[in-house]
Every structure is written in structure tokens, then in C-alpha cells.
Design a protein around this ligand. Structure first.
Ligand SMILES: Nc1ncnc2c1ncn2[C@@H]1O[C@H](COP(=O)(O)OP(=O)(O)OP(=O)(O)O)[C@@H](O)[C@H]1O
Ligand SMILES: [Mg+2]
Length: 457
């Protein structure tokens, strides 16, 4: 007998705890005051409150074209704060996180990469009334004519499709191009389908449940017979980003399914996203906004490790922030006075040119006290499922303060493996020390590299 077992789909969250899994929001109360421990956040109150104000401003749409800088030592929660902001904004507000060095690629220009991400962070909510035909297919007859070009063989001139709903039936005469998509979707009599009137795109919803029998092998999805009329108008609200529109309009017949109207703002046949295409899309979008069909939803572009950008990118940023449709930009860095990349040795705070620093709202993150470090480690330990003995927790908090919070958090997983190997289930001080011997922290690693010239080439 061949063995078949079902895969359980729900892997417990703790099995794949990522670095910021425990962060669920900024943890502020109704007045915007940070509680010392909430939503996975511990301490760092004033930075959290400042981020809360930023969230309120974004929601009130009073913030586009502005930029925030999160500045603070490594491991003080800057990236975590930015992700919490995105959680507070909710899934409808676009949030595009990138790392400064991502813009360097051999294929795309730096500013082009930045521009693309800017547009990913600008949302458009489109309200569209779509005319659709929906129902169960009762007949499907392709009708043939003589080939108009002469010669032998026949071509399909149109196809007659009967659709049935709980309320009525209708016969439609469809274009041969729609017949092609019907064939592609493998639609047959008895299926429930959905045809969009303006574009002619066809979607198979499923098999009508009239055809469901108890002998089925469950390979089919059964759907009820649609209620209402066959021909109806549907109000559809779509949330897209400017980048989605760029892509949909750049491909020749792109985005049929997601966008009917917005996918065809411009004449098809364009194959690349160019500056011209973008500015035309901006124009059309602006027109739709003025007509009240679309609404602009400025999102957030988060550029982590912003000191990795160079002068050219900063100049671009400066200009892009001035544009009338611009997202909120959140920057983060752990650098103090650093040379601005790509400049002739200009040293500036955070490696950001002074004129840009000047227009930023700067939020500082402070180093954690030993108690806070301990609380953060404790919460991570429970999420990762690696419990610690009380003195081991104290010890790890000390390690966290002396080296870095990140190093302390990273020691959790290997320590637990060692604990497990030693046949125990709770991490002890001894396991921690063993793990510390095996894995160097940054400063010990630096000392090794500097001290022993024969160690590395
Ligand atoms: N206040 C906090 N409460 C709970 N967890 C925190 C807090 N601050 C940081 N962390 C966690 O500690 C780890 C390090 O924080 P994070 O990556 O945000 O630091 P960072 O400031 O971005 O550092 P870097 O400058 O090195 O990028 C992450 O796993 C983060 O979720
Ligand atoms: Mg970070």
C-alpha cells in the first residue's frame, strides 16, 4: 500500500519566529502614551510615542512629502519601530520597506530603483462600477463561418453561451477572443463563470453545486448558483499602488484580471516602464482623483540603513519629497558622524547630507537598561520556545548590555540546542557559556582579527 498522509497547514507561529515576530504594534493607549510593556514592545517609550504621532499624522494625511529619521545605536529597536508603524497603519496603507544598499544593482540605475520603491509606497483606491455577467453555463456553441480569407477550413465567428442564475437565464453572443479564454480556463457546461463586460475577461468561479454528487473525489470546488440577475453592475473597490499601475500599463495586455479600467489608462503596446509612461499615468490618476473616482493613499517608504545611500540618491530623495504625490519616508540609521557616500569626503551627521538632515523629523532611540534588556530577552525566549533558568536570564541580560542586545538574542537558539543535547529542557548558565565560547560577538571577533595576523588572509 502506498502511504499518503495529509500535510498539516498550520505550523505553529513559534516554529518560524523571525527577528521581529513579537512586535505587534507600538503599544500606545488612547491618549498616545506608551505603556512600558505592550504589543511586544518594551521600554523605548518616547520613541514609541513619537512614532504614534507620526502614525496619526499619516492617517490624517498631513504628512506626505515629509520624512522621519530614526537614529540610535545598533539593536535599539529602530527597525522594530518602523515595522510597528506599518502594523499600526493597517494593511490598506502601502508600506514598502527597503535597505539602503538595495538600490545598487548592475541592471537598474540607483535612482530608478528608488523611484520604483517610491511608487510602491503610494496607494490609489479606485472605485469602479463593473458590468459583469455571472451564472452557470447551460450551453456553449461556437458558430463557424467560411474563412473570410478564402481557402479551406472554417473560423469561429462567435460563440453563444447560455448563463443561468437563481433569478433568470440569458444567452450571450461572445467574441471569438473570449472563446479562447473560455478554452484556456477549461470551462464546460455546468461551471459557474464570471465575464467582465468591458474587457471580456472570463473567470471560472467553480463547478455549480447542482452537479455535486456524493461519489466525488473532492478534486473540484463546488459553488452555489449565483443569486441575482445574470447581467449586473458591481461596485468594486480596489487598492493598488502607482507601481502596480506602471506594471499593468507597461505590459501589452497586462493586468486584465486586477484592473480593467486602470490597466488601460494608456494605449497598450508599451513594454517598458519609462519616465514618460509614469508621468502620463500620474496625469490620468490626477484626473481620476479630481473626478472623485480614485483616492490617493500616501503610504510609507521605509529606507533602513540609510547611510548606505550615496549623494546622488540623497539629491533624488530631496527632490522626490517635494513632488505633489509623495509618500511618507521613514529613514533609519545607526551611524553618527560619517562620510556621505559618493561625496568628496563630506562628513555629516548619520551620513546624510546636511540639507536633507535639516528637513527631517528626527526620533532618537536610546540604549536599553539591564532590566529592559532582560524583559526583551524573556519575551523573545518564550516566543522562540527556548526557556531560561532565572540565573541564566540574568546572565544573558548582562551579556546583552555588555556586548549587544542582538548578540544576546542570537545566543538563545544555539544555547537551546546545547541544552537539548545535554538532555535538559531549560537553558542553564553553563549552556550559555558554552554557546558564548562557540559563537563570538562582534567585539571579540574584531579583537581576534586584529590580534592574530596569521588567522585570516
Ligand atoms: N523595545 C523593544 N521591545 C522588544 N523587542 C525589541 C525592542 N527593541 C528591539 N527589539 C528587538 O531586538 C532586536 C534588534 O532590534 P532592531 O533590529 O530593531 O534594532 P535596530 O535599531 O534596527 O539595529 P541596527 O541599527 O543594527 O539595524 C529585534 O529582534 C527587535 O525586534
Ligand atoms: Mg535595523
Amino acid at each position: 500500500m502506498v502511504e499518503i498522509s495529509e500535510v498539516k497547514t498550520s505550523t505553529a507561529a513559534r516554529d518560524r519566529a523571525a527577528a521581529h515576530t513579537h512586535i505587534k504594534g507600538l503599544g500606545l493607549d488612547d491618549e498616545g502614551i506608551a505603556k512600558s510593556i505592550d504589543s511586544g514592545f518594551i521600554g523605548q517609550q518616547s520613541a514609541r510615542e513619537a512614532c504614534g504621532v507620526v502614525v496619526d499624522m499619516i492617517k490624517a494625511k498631513k504628512f506626505s512629502g515629509k520624512a522621519v529619521l530614526l537614529a540610535g545605536a545598533p539593536g535599539t529597536g529602530k527597525t522594530a519601530l518602523a515595522l510597528a508603524v506599518s502594523q499600526e497603519l493597517g494593511p490598506k496603507v502601502p508600506f514598502c520597506p527597503i535597505v539602503g544598499s538595495e538600490v545598487y544593482s548592475a541592471e537598474v540605475k540607483k535612482t530608478e530603483a528608488l523611484m520604483e520603491n517610491f511608487r510602491r509606497a503610494i496607494g490609489i483606491r479606485i472605485k469602479e462600477t463593473k458590468e459583469v455577467y455571472e451564472g452557470e453555463v447551460t450551453e456553449m456553441t461556437p458558430e463557424e463561418t467560411e474563412n473570410p480569407l478564402g481557402g479551406y477550413g472554417k473560423t469561429i465567428s462567435h460563440v453563444v453561451v447560455g448563463l443561468k442564475t437563481a433569478k433568470g437565464t440569458k444567452q450571450l453572443r461572445l467574441d471569438p477572443s473570449i472563446y479562447e479564454s473560455i478554452q484556456k480556463e477549461k470551462i464546460s457546461v455546468g461551471d459557474v463563470v464570471y465575464i467582465e463586460a468591458n474587457t471580456g475577461s472570463v473567470k471560472r468561479v467553480g463547478r455549480s453545486d447542482v452537479y455535486a454528487t456524493e461519489f466525488d473525489l473532492e478534486a473540484e470546488e463546488y459553488v452555489p448558483l449565483p443569486k441575482g440577475e445574470v447581467h449586473k453592475k458591481k461596485e468594486i473597490v480596489q487598492d493598488v499602488t502607482l507601481h502596480d499601475l506602471d506594471v499593468a500599463n507597461a505590459r501589452p495586455q497586462g493586468g486584465q484580471d486586477i484592473m480593467s479600467m486602470m490597466g488601460q489608462l494608456l494605449k497598450p503596446k508599451k513594454t517598458e516602464i519609462t519616465e514618460k509612461l509614469r508621468s502620463e499615468i500620474n496625469k490620468v490618476v490626477q484626473k481620476y482623483i479630481d473626478q472623485g473616482i480614485a483616492e490617493l493613499i500616501p503610504g510609507v517608504l521605509f529606507i533602513d540603513e540609510v547611510h548606505m545611500l550615496d549623494l546622488e540618491c540623497f539629491t533624488y530623495l530631496n527632490r522626490a519629497l517635494e513632488s505633489s504625490i509623495s509618500p511618507v519616508v521613514i529613514l533609519a540609521t545607526n551611524r553618527g558622524m560619517t562620510t556621505v557616500r559618493g561625496s568628496d569626503g563630506v562628513v555629516s551627521a548619520h551620513g546624510v547630507p546636511p540639507d536633507l538632515v535639516d528637513r527631517l523629523l528626527i526620533i532618537r532611540t536610546l540604549p536599553y537598561s539591564q532590566d529592559e534588556t532582560k524583559a526583551i530577552i524573556e519575551s523573545r525566549a518564550s516566543i522562540e520556545g527556548s526557556p531560561l533558568e532565572a540565573d541564566a536570564l540574568d546572565r544573558l541580560a548582562v551579556i546583552g548590555v555588555e556586548t549587544s542586545l542582538r548578540y544576546a538574542l542570537q545566543l538563545l537558539a544555539p544555547s537551546f540546542i546545547l541544552t537539548d543535547a545535554n538532555g535538559r529542557s531549560v537553558i542553564s548558565v553553563q549552556d550559555l557559556e558554552e554557546a558564548q565560547d562557540l559563537f563570538l560577538d562582534a567585539s571579540r571577533s574584531l579583537k581576534t582579527v586584529q590580534g592574530d595576523s596569521s588567522y585570516l588572509v
